[in-house]
Design a protein around this ligand. Structure first.
Ligand SMILES: [Zn+2]
Length: 414
């Protein structure tokens, strides 16, 4: 039994999804997941009765989550319907046709306005990372880290949000995230940094498949409560609230289904069908990309701030280019960084911070360069207390590489 905070956490949902492994058909896994999700709602208890209460001990938070819990239980059928709609689209895909499935999913997303919003561009104006298995290519050449060239289309495999043959640029919000996605030893990974230009992305739409119910419950609310700002679940100005529950459940369930971990790696990956259809809908709607949480296991990282977003991935849609081998216009939306062999990887967090302090005094004329540096401060704080396999994050090889990239970003500014 969970309280609302514990239930909506990525980790808990991942455990529930994992407990459906073993069923041979993905449609059955989804049905089982739905069943367990609904039982989770039925059996959910107040924060005051949960083991986690000691770490969230705040009256306002308790009353907010209790109201949320009551509303959630009253709207159990909305959760059931959200599951049924998405599962029916998957069933259409395997039993009818791709077109029927896509039309079905499209109609559901449209009707409920689930692909209307966009993340604020500041949220992805961060240095993002890309890794590749080391091989016979020039690691100082950024194009080697960009999408698979159009002439190599035959090499493009199925990925969660892109179909085989369709290039997409996947970036991670931390070196740790990239490492987990590739499942390789750090020494075997070549790395590069891509920083989205704020001036460009300010005009573009990015879709956020982040777990925002959890984000509000676990990050925003405790912070607001600690600051003694009065907050109520019945305040229409703040979402989620009493009246947004249906949309909150729809968004949450869409996100959890689209990040269903795959059990087998094979030619056809059923877990990718729905996310790939979502991509089609987003591209049609003019989105530039999608932000989504990694499905990998990060349990070896502990002690970091609950705000930390080291586990996010960002997928950028690639447009076809008749003349060039790459989507040059997409490449121009980033400031990029590669490693050239001169790096020492012995930087400490303090070293970086003193460089940052020096940069602060310098000119901040170019927003595209200065914003990611300004946003870097809180980002470092969020993970600095993190411990990876017993070692402080920024003292691990993973963290040190990340610091090296940040230094490149700082020096670029000077
Ligand atoms: Zn709890």
């Amino acid at each position: 039994m969970h309280c609302p905070i514990c239930f909506f956490r990525d980790k808990s949902q991942k455990e529930i999804k994992g407990s459906c492994f073993g069923l041979l058909r993905f449609e059955h896994k989804l049905e089982k997941y739905k069943e367990k999700f609904l039982i989770g709602i039925d059996e959910m208890k107040s924060l005051s009765e949960c083991d986690c209460y000691s770490s969230y001990n705040h009256k306002e938070l308790l009353s907010w989550t209790d109201s949320f819990l009551e509303t959630l239980k009253e709207n159990r059928s909305a959760a059931e319907q959200a599951f049924d709609q998405i599962i029916s689209s998957y069933r259409d895909f395997i039993s009818k046709s791709q077109k029927v499935a896509l039309d079905n999913l499209w109609a559901y997303l449209e009707e409920n306005k689930l692909i209307a919003g966009a993340v604020h561009p500041l949220q992805h104006t961060h240095l993002l990372f890309r890794g590749r298995k080391r091989g016979a290519f020039n690691e100082a050449e950024i194009k080697e880290f960009f999408h698979v060239p159009f002439t190599m289309r035959q090499k493009i495999a199925n990925q969660r949000f892109s179909i085989s043959g369709q290039p997409m640029l996947y970036l991670g919000s931390s070196i740790l995230g990239v490492q987990k996605e590739l499942g390789l030893e750090l020494d075997d990974i070549a790395l590069a940094g891509f920083c989205p230009k704020y001036s460009v992305y300010y005009h573009k739409k990015m879709f956020d498949l982040k777990n925002y119910v959890n984000d509000v419950l676990e990050n925003t609310l405790p912070a607001v409560c600690e600051a003694d700002i009065p907050i109520s679940y019945f305040d229409k100005e703040i979402v989620p609230n009493r009246w947004s529950i249906e949309t909150d459940l729809q968004n949450s369930i869409l996100m959890h289904i689209c990040t269903f971990p795959r059990e087998y790696t094979d030619v056809f990956i059923p877990e990718y069908v729905l996310p790939q259809m979502l991509t089609t809908a987003l591209m049609e709607k003019g989105y530039a990309g999608i932000v989504f949480p990694s499905t990998k296991d990060f349990s070896d990282l502990t002690g970091h701030h609950r705000y930390s977003s080291y586990y996010l991935n960002v997928g950028f849609f690639v447009s076809y280019d008749e003349k060039n081998n790459f989507d040059e216009s997409l490449l121009n939306t980033f400031i990029t960084y590669t490693l050239d062999g001169t790096e020492s990887f012995d930087l400490t967090l303090d070293d970086l911070r003193s460089e940052m302090a020096a940069v602060d005094k310098a000119s901040r004329s170019k927003q595209d360069h200065s914003l990611p540096v300004i946003l870097l401060g809180p980002r470092l704080e969020d993970i600095e207390s993190g411990v990876l396999c017993g070692i402080n994050y920024y003292q691990t090889q993973t963290g040190k590489i990340e610091l090296e990239f940040y230094r490149k970003m700082l020096r670029h500014l000077c």
